[in-house]
Design a protein around this ligand. Structure first.
Ligand SMILES: [Mg+2]
Length: 264
């Protein structure tokens, strides 16, 4: 062992590498809405299930387990309703925002938009506002890197018209478009849950990943998993995931069972 600064840094890196060789790391990455929390007509009422809070707290105490929430929600919003243990990785806005839960709150990597992206975001927000105001039950959620049109409380006809107009808007402005359950999101930062999951896997040095999600935006993340990983679809609908559970409660029970399995 050398005492020069460069060699000390190398020694530290090698020690980290050796530790990772000895210790498999399981990354448990989870979508939030419809996965840990039952879907609500009003997304503001979404809360993580109590069984989920307990299961994640137990999992967080296990050696070699890293927990992450990977959501379309804005990071600050995700943090407020998730009630997850310290050390949990939070990925918001489908990967555009990242942070880690600390004892004092959430330590996040600041999102910075360049002038072009900011101007585009403002334009999208204003235009979506016009679309939403013309339809009963349609509203717009504003996020740091995107705006989201919600149609869950609208009639089928109004929802379809608003979604069609939103798609046209996206095409004319050249924004990214993400379609989820009763939402269309127009984003000015190109990102997907698949890219976010790949980044997380690298950051935590995961040797295996379990990912669970319920929506179409989770399908790209399922596709990014390898043969040793576990993909779990929550609820009905076609999926690339190998496994399926019926609802968020069942997923939380599965997490509790996993915590028991990795205890020993
Ligand atoms: Mg979801």
């Amino acid at each position: 062992m050398s005492t020069s600064p460069a060699a000390t840094a190398l020694d530290t890196a090698l020690a980290g590498l050796a530790a990772r060789m000895k210790r498999p790391v399981l990354l448990v990455a989870l979508d939030f809405d419809g996965t840990l929390s039952p879907l609500r007509d009003d997304p503001d009422r979404s809360r993580i299930l109590r069984t989920g809070v307990a299961a994640l707290r137990t999992l967080a105490t296990r050696d070699g387990v890293e927990i992450a929430l990977v959501s379309g929600r804005a990071l600050a919003d995700l943090y407020l309703r998730a009630e997850v243990p310290v050390g949990t990785h939070l990925v918001g806005s489908h990967g555009a925002e990242r942070g880690v839960v600390t004892a004092d709150g959430v330590e996040s990597v600041a999102v910075t938009l360049d002038a072009v992206q900011q101007a585009l975001l403002d334009k999208v927000g204003a235009a979506l506002g016009v679309i939403a105001r013309a339809r009963e039950g349609v509203w717009v959620e504003h996020k740091p890197t995107a705006h989201v049109l919600h149609t869950r409380r609208a009639s089928v006809v109004d929802a379809e018209l608003a979604i069609a107009e939103t798609r046209q808007l996206a095409a004319s402005l050249g924004t990214g478009v993400m379609r989820g359950k009763d939402i269309v999101e127009l984003t000015v930062v190109a990102t997907t849950k698949a890219a976010a999951l790949t980044l997380l896997r690298h950051d935590v040095g995961a040797t295996t990943v379990l990912f669970a999600g319920d929506d179409v935006t989770d399908e790209v993340a399922f596709e990014a998993l390898g043969p040793a990983d576990i993909a779990i679809k929550v609820g009905t609908g076609s999926t690339k995931a190998r496994y399926r559970v019926p609802d968020p409660e069942a997923l939380c029970q599965t997490l509790r069972y996993l915590a028991e399995l990795v205890a020993g």
